[in-house]
Design a protein around this ligand. Structure first.
Ligand code: 13P
Length: 249
């Protein structure tokens, strides 16, 4: 059985005061949750999250990481070793906003996953199709390519990877993939993992993301290949995010 994971991607939201309030409400509300829980703040608030989450069952991560493994002249970049040093457990890699707005391609994303794993950070690889690609029946081809590029560069035994299926058309739109639509893609991703190694398929968690809220979480999470959620907007509301965290065991 895979341990469930609920991760809240705050994107570029929040300030110190809001984070004090959000985590102050969230920690007691999820103290008895069975799932693993993570928050993914803007990088400058990682030390604040470290301080505020000490002694709780909530861990934290970063939204992006450099593909460069060694320190050097890479202005504006953050090395995986630095994020690890600051206490991060997870790092998002290849979020659709980074692919679409900052030109991240599959090769760069694969380099970032490899850099994260080398630093013993747990990468959450984000994949997903656009609305046009879904309408053109290209969903499995697009997602398959995004997953294969990373798997082909993975050394054996890298089961610390998590994959998040986030259909781009469902992100921040209020549209959610139906549980059946999501399950179809999750099962397909699991088959890709199995082609690489059966052990990887059994261990790697596949999260669903895209307008997850308390009202739809339980049904999505009841699907056999959905191991949790990557939550955007709803993770900025402590009560709503806590309810999502309690929707899976
Ligand atoms: P929303 O939950 O706001 O749709 O965002 C999903 C997402 O992009 C999480 O990474």
């Amino acid at each position: 059985m895979r341990q469930a994971l609920i991760a809240g991607n705050w994107k570029m939201h929040g300030d110190s005061q809001q984070i004090h309030q959000l985590l102050g409400e969230l920690k007691p509300a999820v103290a008895d949750a069975e799932a693993d829980i993570a928050v993914i703040p803007p990088a400058v608030y990682i030390p604040l999250c470290d301080e505020l989450l000490k002694g709780s069952n909530v861990v934290f991560g970063a939204q992006n990481v450099s593909e460069q493994r060694e320190q050097g002249a890479f202005t504006g970049e953050l090395a995986a070793s630095m994020l690890k040093d600051c206490g991060c457990t997870y790092v998002l890699v290849g979020h659709s906003e980074r692919r679409a707005l900052y030109g991240e391609n599959d090769a760069l994303v694969a380099g970032k996953v490899a850099a994260a794993l080398a630093a013993e950070l747990k990468p959450i690889l984000c994949v997903g199709e656009s609305r046009a690609q879904r309408e053109a029946n290209e969903t499995l081809e697009v997602v398959g390519q995004q997953v294969d590029v990373v798997l082909s560069t993975l050394a054996d035994g890298h089961d610390q990877l998590t994959i998040a299926y986030e259909p781009v058309w469902a992100i921040g739109t209020g549209l959610t993939a139906s549980p059946e639509q999501a399950q179809e893609v999750h099962a397909f991703i699991r088959s890709k993992l199995a082609a690489h190694s059966q052990a990887l398929a059994e261990k790697v968690r596949i999260l669903y993301g895209g307008s997850v809220k308390a009202a739809n979480a339980k049904e999505l999470f009841s699907q056999p290949d959905i191991d949790g959620g990557l939550v955007g907007g709803a993770s900025l509301d402590a009560a709503e995010f806590a309810a999502i965290c309690h929707s899976i065991g």
